[in-house]
Design a protein around this ligand. Structure first.
Ligand code: UDP
Length: 314
């Protein structure tokens, strides 16, 4: 499937995962067009890419009609942290509905493969664990997270509709919690929050009793999984979880970050946000079988790398 050199459109390429994906594709010699409105992305994430002659940055909204001569489209443009999408619920729904439509229209016109970056949020507050791709989820359709959860569920359904009606080559990847360099210190997610709090000796803000679980994937593992899913012929038509199955309680994460940051910060407890999932852990059997993918970076190494980056950049 992967030509020696492919032309790839990455929407949301200025964001945390998107910019790492752009860098990885450029490293492999591909041409990359990054489309980003920078409402949550950051131009600084593209400093390295901008020096590469195979890279083009286009500033704009994915909801606008677009035309690029590409072989692959990776649609990542969307606010993606609970704080961001709660602040911009309409924008979030539009990026995942109209934005996905624009990507699919372009993919049809150009005969390109479409990789939709979906999310573990399609499983909502899951009643089964670990979450396999066949699980339909437990989602509140009108709650504060619904703009993102239902936006992504709509995007998946639209991708499947294009596949059925137009025979489009579509791959859906459900991204689980991911962390690493280039996360914004104010995006509200748990790892940047805890790291910044620990480094500044501020209180570590635990929501609920900290007994809720997440499974954290280091960004280099995520990008390797996305790239494999993008180029593997066998991935066509599949829905694939990519994430690290190493599940931990939020309170234990806080303890590890405090220790690794050599911090004396206290922990404070406040109420759990509405519809905050109590557990999350991916079943990655399909990614292992289909792509030969498994995470390689453990939480210790990943946190050390991320803390070092935050010390220098935030
Ligand atoms: N969380 C927390 N303190 C914070 C930020 C988040 O306890 O300062 C919790 C949050 O309630 C959730 C988990 O950490 O249970 C992960 O939250 P995040 O916003 O990173 O992503 P989510 O997995 O909920 O999309």
């Amino acid at each position: 499937m992967s030509k020696a050199r492919s032309r790839v459109l990455v929407t949301g390429g200025g964001g945390f995962i998107g910019s790492h994906l752009c860098d990885a594709l450029l490293d492999k010699g591909h041409e990359v067009i990054c489309l980003d409105s920078f409402i949550t992305g950051d131009r600084a994430n593209l400093e390295g890419a901008l020096g590469n002659p195979n890279f083009v940055m286009v500033e704009g909204d994915v909801e606008e009609p677009m035309d690029f001569d590409v072989d692959f489209i990776v649609h990542m443009a969307s606010p993606a942290s609970p704080v961001d999408y709660s602040n911009m619920p309409i924008k979030t729904m539009l990026a995942n509905s109209i934005g996905t439509l624009r990507c699919l229209e372009l993919a049809c016109r150009r005969g390109a493969r479409m990789l939709m970056s979906s999310t573990s949020e399609v499983y909502g507050d899951p009643k089964v664990s670990p979450q396999g791709e066949e699980y339909f989820g437990n989602v509140n359709p009108i709650g504060p997270r619904s703009c993102y959860d239902e936006g992504k569920r709509f995007a998946e359904a639209l991708c499947k509709s294009y596949e059925r009606e137009h025979g489009l080559d579509v791959v859906i990847v459900r991204i689980f919690n991911t962390y690493g360099s280039r996360m914004r210190s104010n995006d509200g997610r748990v790892i940047p929050n805890f790291i910044c709090q620990a480094l500044h000796e501020d209180s570590i803000t635990i929501y609920g009793d900290g007994g809720q679980t997440r499974s954290f994937c280091f960004v280099s593992d995520m990008v390797r999984g996305l790239t494999l899913a993008m180029f593997a012929t066998e991935a066509g038509g599949e829905v694939i979880n990519i994430g690290n199955p190493n599940e931990m309680r939020v309170i234990d994460l806080a303890g590890r970050i405090r220790e690794k940051a050599h911090s004396q910060s206290e922990m404070t407890f406040s109420s759990l946000p509405v519809d905050d999932p109590l557990q999350r852990r991916p079943d990655i059997g399909l990614a292992m079988r289909l792509l030969g993918w498994a995470p390689e970076v453990n939480i210790e190494e990943g946190l050390e790398d991320t803390i070092a980056w935050f010390k220098e950049h935030r």
